[in-house]
Design a protein around this ligand. Sequence first.
Ligand code: SF4
Length: 289
Amino acid sequence: MRYEGAVYRPPSEAYSLIIQVTLGCSHNKCTFCSMFKDKKFKIRTIEDIFEDLEMSRQHYKYVRRIFLADGDALILKTQDLEKILIKIKELFPECERVSMYGTPGDILRKSEEDLIKLKNLGLKIIYLGVESGSDEVLQDINKGVTSEEMIEAGKKIMRTGIKLSVTLISSLGGKEKWKQHAVESARVISEINPDYLGLLTLMVEPNTEIYDKIRNGEVTLLSPKEVMIETREFIKNLEVDNCVFRSNHASNYAPLAANLNEDKERLLEELDSIIEGNYGFKNESYRRL
Ligand code: SF4
């Protein structure tokens, strides 16, 4: 397979075969995101994608999972995604799941029937970057959608039976908007009730707009302890069922894991203990995206 530029994938796809079906992200305007700044968005041709799949088949004896990159593979026309999923079934009968990132716009543009067709052909997980449930924060970060559209998109995926994995980013509203970021994110995630929820912590990259906003004082970063207070406020307000929660990414100051709401009380106690200073925080220099 041939990769163009840096390739990103969710942590849970660490052992998946990655095939680029798009280059970059069609939105590419989020103020905190530096992932695809160097790439002009493009959908690759079906011929190129098939060639990559065939090359991969020659290389790998056993492929359990395939992740279709880059930023929002779900932007492809349903009929093209169908062709790709059928080709995967032919070439990799052992493959248990295909996954991809989808933006709210991608999800809302597709009908539920089309999404179910894709599920039946092997699309098992969609990763959706919610980032924040606060409309003000979503506007500040230039996400290009409202919290209501985010809820609509998330609930649509949940209705289809495709697994939904969403991410939020703590500290995204800064000291100025931390409370609404926490409370409104809990509202949005509670309404969606996703299968998986990942909470990352903001990493500030120099080539992003948020970097400039922090430098000129528009946004003030939270300290590690304040990030935990924000996380506690979020968890306190969250009401979900059967949701696997993880906040143990390289960007996080302290590792957290729970099944929610089942483990909510235990998680709140753990957060209280972290806030009281009973554990150390990850050193800033060890944090990664
Ligand atoms: S956060 Fe996601 S939607 Fe926003 S620019 Fe980055 S890849 Fe695109």
